[in-house]
Design a protein around this ligand. Structure first.
Ligand code: NAP
Ligand code: GFB
Length: 323
């Protein structure tokens, strides 16, 4: 179906979610005639710098922006650098929205996260509770920076009639993630650790950090990418929308690790848990009711299948992946 001519600039185009969007557009038939998708990385311009941001927009003249770029990390990276996660993300987000406004971009879709909601809250969390209390201490910097995206969106929309909206993904995993041993999220971090442990248990006697009891909803990056492409094209509400698997898909970290062991063919019973390490938020269960009311037929990839695909991707791309 022909669509209006649009040029979609994807910031953070080289990351986990950016690469998934690129894969969907270029390999999974999501492309539409009349659309140009540009996937940029920090090599194309440092979004921390206003003039670099202006140069990037001047070069590509986007009509739409899918704003994924951010300083992103797992629980332990956030605990170690809350100030950096606040300042860097505040700067990137202010620059991108300011230049999008200056250059009259039709629509900007930015990213919040399910981990930025109030920690003391009733479940399931929905889109209306974003500012109803402080976030979990472990990632207050990242959380407040992300909440300010929603405040900036409201400011530009009300004062300048802009169409700046945000999506709220839950924990994401998939190919092209950051598999660093220490500053990554739990799934890529454990895939890397278990892979090394399997190669040489003596050299890599690691323990799974925390108790394994916390609960998470994990969304496969390819599923999230399809939903984000839909938001860019066909979501016109000004309020944020949660993009997550349902409440019933919530699993414990322990069960997620068990699935990684299946994906890497490693005996789970060989692993130990180091309960001296922080667990982070116990749960942050979100409702995807708003999404499912609009897209009742959307189906999520089963966790076991997507984890297997991610493990296989990691093993195949070990030498070149981000780790
Ligand atoms: P990611 O893999 O770390 O990708 C983020 C990208 O941002 C990186 O590829 C990086 O590009 C780019 N970036 C960082 N600083 C930049 C700068 N100063 N200038 C230009 N580009 C810069 O992260 P992700 O997991 O894809 O996350 C994408 C979005 O989803 C983020 O906004 C994140 O907050 C949000 N989100 C992620 C999760 C999750 O579980 N992963 C959950 C909820 C929300 P370079 O590599 O070129 O530096
Ligand atoms: O993915 P993760 O770091 O993010 O998961 P959060 C942390 C949970 O996994 C904790 C356990 O319960 C950890 O105890 N865990 C076990 C590990 N082993 C590991 C490991 O090797 N690495 C990591 N990272 N965790 C993040 C936020 O919270 O959620 C970010 O801090 C971001 O800001 C992300 O928004 C989506 O879900 O706990």
């Amino acid at each position: 179906m022909a669509s209006e001519n649009r040029t979609v600039l994807v910031t953070g185009g080289g990351g986990l979610v950016g690469k998934a969007v690129k894969h969907c557009i270029e390999q999974l038939g999501e492309h539409r005639e009349g659309e140009t998708w540009i996937f940029c990385t920090s090599k194309d311009g440092d979004l921390n710098d206003l003039e670099s941001t202006r140069a990037l927009f001047a070069k590509y003249k986007p009509t739409h922006v899918l704003h994924l770029a951010a300083l992103v990390g797992g629980l332990y990276a956030n605990m170690a650098r809350n100030l950096d996660f606040f300042r860097v993300n505040m700067q990137i987000n202010d620059n991108v929205l300011r230049v999008a406004h200056e250059t009259d971009v039709n629509k900007v879709v930015s990213c919040l996260s399910s981990c930025i909601f109030p920690d003391d809250i009733t479940y399931p969390i929905d889109e209306t509770s974003l500012h109803m209390g402080p976030p979990h201490d472990s990632n207050f910097g990242y959380s407040y920076a992300k909440r300010m995206v929603e405040v900036l969106n409201r400011g530009y929309n009300e004062q300048h009639g802009r169409q700046f909206v945000s999506v709220i993904p839950t924990n994401v995993y998939g190919p092209n993630d950051n598999f660093h041993l220490h500053n990554s999220h739990v799934i890529p971090g454990l895939i890397h650790k278990i892979y090394l442990r399997k190669q040489d248990p003596e050299k890599y006697p690691f323990k799974v950090m925390g108790s394994g009891k916390p609960l998470r909803q994990f969304i496969f990056s390819h599923d999230l990418a399809k939903l984000m492409i839909w938001v860019v094209r066909d979501y016109f509400d000004k309020d944020p929308i949660i993009l997550s698997v349902g409440e019933k898909a919530e699993i414990s970290i322990r069960d997620a690790v068990k699935q990684i062991c299946v994906g890497l063919d490693y005996p789970f019973e060989e692993l130990e848990f180091d309960t001296s390490k922080a667990d982070g938020q116990y749960k942050k269960t979100v409702s995807n009711e708003k999404l499912m009311k609009i897209l009742p037929d959307f189906t999520f990839t089963p966790f076991d299948k997507a984890i297997k695909e991610t493990c296989e991707w990691f093993v195949t791309n070990y030498d070149t992946c981000r780790k």
